[in-house]
Design a protein around this ligand. Structure first.
Ligand code: FE2
Length: 174
């Protein structure tokens, strides 16, 4: 009892610092997406794809505010730290818009592959963040983060369905 836990406590705080850094990273990423998604939606040919992106834009705004809640739980002000990975993924998505012709399903197939790369990055991030939060006993944060994780997964699934049920076929036929 007397000699308890100095070392583990220190260890936990480094883990918490890693968690906070990663929260700042995904916060930057989500805010960057809020700016980028309208361009993708506008560039899409299929109204179904454009609707799916618009719906995810609304969800993404919620993801930003959930992260702000997580900052609050941690007793911190929201702070974004540039996420080079998301900056790169969005750049790739933008170059797909430049490299494909408007009003074609090939462009839509390109938007989908770029969007799924984004979703997978987010799924990887939130998956680990939920696990970190649970490990630290931050139940409320874990529950907020897992709501977002579920929405990212659903978006990814929806994009796969859209691609394989119609867009890829039309892209191949063009
Ligand atoms: Fe998100």
């Amino acid at each position: 009892m007397v000699t308890q836990a100095k070392a583990p406590k220190k260890k936990e705080s480094k883990f918490k610092k890693l968690f906070i850094d990663e929260i700042k990273d995904i916060y930057w990423a989500e805010k960057h997406l809020v700016k980028a998604l309208p361009k993708m939606s506008k560039g899409a040919t299929s109204s179904k794809l454009s609707d799916a992106i618009d719906q995810h834009l609304e969800e993404t705004k919620t993801h930003v505010s959930r992260l702000e809640e997580v900052f609050g739980i941690l007793g911190l002000k929201p702070q974004a730290k540039k996420c080079d990975a998301m900056a790169g993924l969005v750049k790739e998505a933008e170059s797909i818009l430049e490299d494909t012709d408007a009003d074609t399903m090939v462009r839509d197939a390109g938007i989908i592959i770029a969007s799924q790369k984004v979703e997978h990055y987010e799924i990887a991030s939130y998956g680990s963040l939920v696990a970190f939060a649970k490990k630290m006993g931050l139940k409320e944060a874990a529950s907020l983060l897992s709501k977002t994780l579920d929405e990212e997964k659903a978006t990814d699934k929806g994009l796969t369905k859209l691609a394989t049920s119609e867009i890829n076929e039309e892209a191949a036929a063009a």
